[in-house]
Design a protein around this ligand. Structure first.
Ligand SMILES: Cc1ncc(COP(=O)(O)O)c(C=O)c1O
Length: 397
């Protein structure tokens, strides 16, 4: 069932629960968003309890809050709580799943041109071990060419890895169509949905993915140092070893034997910030209650408005590609240094970020784009804030 639309009065209420909107015009939601008050209160309360009764004892007292991470995450993504692992960063969650895919020299891995930089490091290492890593061709509008994917998949393809939304391009990859194609093969399907979860409905059953990673701090509005990995229960028995495991990931059975935890817990590590984890549970629950259909509709409305107003500014070029775009809006301004512009905007209380082509050798660099300014629009932003942002660009360039 579709979630309720985000009416102006609901948005007002959500803004009233977001202390940061009183202080900044925050358009760096693709970097790290503003948490709701309830997330902040939960983290502070957890730390207070730890200080009062002790860290191990706090885990017992706060067990319901900590369990909420898996239960609310399962509601958000439409999976079982046991298919979710808590992690401290999306890059780490992604790496642990990549390592779990059994790959040998001669195997093929197909990847998107929107891959995140740390994923690229893993692909480079795999290629050094003789794995053939191939970038999937894109259509004219920029997304993965589904016909090319169909023709490239064969029995040597062991993994298809796609970054759902790049940090440097607002385009949304056709991840469900890709999933339908990969599901007809023996390959694993790994999604980096770091920039997608929290701004779009993400249903792992519809996507037919085997792994999906995302962070807490971006569109999810959780604390820093939180992330999550979904692992399809059906693949759990056939995975490769993980480099670093501890007493959370595995059990020491006897002097010479250990056994992985039987579910996604095998991807977790024991020592984390439990205060941040409890706050992440609240953020996941909050996202479920806000409703991702309404969030996506509002983000689409605001980001379309922003792209339209940017298009009207002299010398400004919106750089997003693709037929389906997200709340990430990237643009460049001829003759203007983006770093200086970002600093000037910041001095006016407007938060954005700058991304350079070294962060995106497969996407920005081939398009001849050296750097972009990025505005990541969230559902709690307003049309007035978009107009203020446009005025601030005029005053700052
Ligand atoms: C697409 C994508 N994947 C992965 C990451 C890494 O997330 P984290 O910093 O939580 O490791 C980011 C962060 O910007 C990202 O944009």
């Amino acid at each position: 069932m579709k979630s309720e639309p985000l009416t102006e009065s609901r948005v007002e209420a959500l803004r009233a629960e977001t202390p940061g909107v009183e202080h900044v015009l925050h358009l760096n939601n693709a970097g790290s968003s503003l948490p709701p008050q309830a997330v902040l209160d939960t983290c502070i309360d957890y730390l207070t309890v730890e200080a009062q009764i002790g860290g191990y004892e706090a885990i017992e007292r706060k067990s319901a809050e900590l369990e909420r991470v898996a239960t609310a995450g399962a509601q958000l993504l439409n999976c079982a709580p046991t298919e979710l692992a808590f992690a401290t960063s999306a890059a780490l969650a992604w790496w642990r799943s990549f390592e779990a895919v059994p790959l040998e020299a001669g195997d093929r891995v197909l990847i998107s041109s929107t891959e995140y930089q740390s994923n690229a490091f893993a692909f480079i290492q795999a290629a050094e071990r003789g794995v053939e890593v191939e970038v999937l061709p894109a259509t004219e509008s920029g997304e993965i060419d589904l016909d090319a994917l169909r023709s490239m998949i064969d029995e040597r393809v062991k993994l298809v890895a796609v970054t759902h939304i790049a940090m440097t391009n607002g385009m949304v990859q056709p991840v469900a169509d890709i999933g339908a194609i990969v599901a007809d093969s023996d390959a694993y399907y790994l999604l980096d949905s770091c920039q997608a979860v929290g701004q779009l409905p993400v249903d792992v059953q519809e996507l037919k993915c085997d792994f999906l990673s995302f962070t807490g701090r971006k569109f999810m509005r959780g604390p820093r140092g939180t992330a999550m990995l979904y692992v399809n229960a059906d693949i759990m028995d056939n995975l490769a070893d993980t480099t670093y495991i501890d007493g959370q990931s595995a059990q020491w059975v006897d002097a010479e034997t250990y056994q992985y935890a039987p579910n996604a817990q095998r991807f977790e590590l024991g020592e984390v910030s439990f205060a941040a984890k409890a706050g992440f549970g609240v953020a996941l629950d909050y996202a479920v209650r806000v409703g991702m259909d309404g969030a996506a509709e509002r983000i689409a409305m605001l980001s379309t408005l922003l792209r339209g107003q940017l298009d009207e500014l002299d010398g400004v070029r919106v750089r997003d590609t693709g037929q389906h775009q997200s709340g990430i809006v990237t643009f460049s301004i001829g003759g203007t240094d983006p770093v200086a512009l970002q600093a000037n905007l910041r001095a006016r209380g407007v938060n954005t970020s700058v991304l350079t082509s070294e962060l995106s050798h497969l996407d920005l660099a081939p398009r001849g784009v050296d750097a972009v300014l990025r505005a990541g629009v969230h559902y709690f932003n307003t049309a007035e804030e978009i107009s203020t942002f446009i005025r601030a660009i005029g005053e700052s360039r």
